[in-house]
Design a protein around this ligand. Structure first.
Ligand code: PGA
Length: 249
């Protein structure tokens, strides 16, 4: 059975004390679902978050990393640095990284390789912009994002890859893809994987939906057969909302 996952992307929010308070709120709430739970604080708070969540079943993941192992890349963080503070999973290719920091498919392919070479798990994000959706190009855009960054990989690499479909027009906008739109795209993504790697791989990869998921819509989105969880932004900043989404499974 595919893993169900709910990951909270805290983005550039929460200083150290805010991070610690949010974590202590999260630890008070009872998890009633089987979903794996992850949270992604900023780089400066990763170590404290790992320590604070050590005996919990919430995994701490990173929001980004560089593809090089080390060297003259001022301001960047490598996979081995993340691992050295206990982080084993990294989000790559978030649309904000693509839009504001010019991350390209080629760069993301290198980041994916670096993460996998370091035995890390990758949550790989992609999704179309509003103009693509309006012009009916959304499937082509998504297909090329996946192909360009991932299709050089061996089938076995997909054991360590989680996909996150996040239509850009639904991120932080309050506008959510309808459960049917999410299901249609997730089924298309699975078909794209199956065409290249076969059904066994395609049926084993978890595909998360992201974009304005909240307690009021999580259950309906998660009820769709090809939606295996969510990548949650805004609603992940409030412990009760985040766990309402986790427990929607
Ligand atoms: P949102 O963000 O839930 O605030 O729309 C999702 C994301 O960017 O991962």
């Amino acid at each position: 059975m595919r893993k169900q996952i709910v990951a909270g992307n805290w983005k550039m929010n929460n200083d150290l004390s805010q991070t610690e308070s949010l974590i202590s709120e999260l630890k008070k709430i009872k998890k009633t679902s089987h979903a794996e739970v992850m949270v992604a604080p900023t780089f400066t708070n990763l170590l404290n978050a790992v320590v604070a969540l050590k005996s919990s079943d919430i995994e701490v993941v990173a929001q980004n990393m560089h593809f090089a192992e080390n060297g003259a890349y001022t301001g960047e963080i490598s996979a081995s640095m993340l691992k050295s503070v206990g982080v084993k999973t990294v989000i790559l290719g978030h649309s904000e990284r693509r839009a504001y920091f010019n991350e390209t498919d080629d760069m993301l392919a290198k980041k994916v390789d670096a993460a996998l070479a370091n035995s890390m798990r990758v949550i790989f994000c992609f999704g179309e912009e509003l103009a693509d959706r309006k012009s009916g190009n959304h499937e082509q855009v998504v297909e090329s994002q996946i192909k360009n960054a991932l299709f050089h990989l061996e089938a076995s690499a997909f054991q360590n890859i989680v996909l996150a479909y996040e239509p850009v027009w639904a991120i932080g906008t309050g506008e959510t893809a309808s459960p049917e739109q999410a299901q249609d795209m997730h089924a298309f993504i699975r078909k794209t994987l199956s065409n290249k790697y076969g059904n066994t791989v395609a049926n084993s990869v978890s595909i998360l939906y992201g974009g304005s998921v909240k307690p009021s819509n999580a259950q309906e989105i998660f009820s769709k057969p090809d939606v295996d969880g969510g990548l949650i932004g805004g609603a992940a900043l409030k412990a009760t909302d985040f766990f309402a989404i986790v427990n929607a499974f």
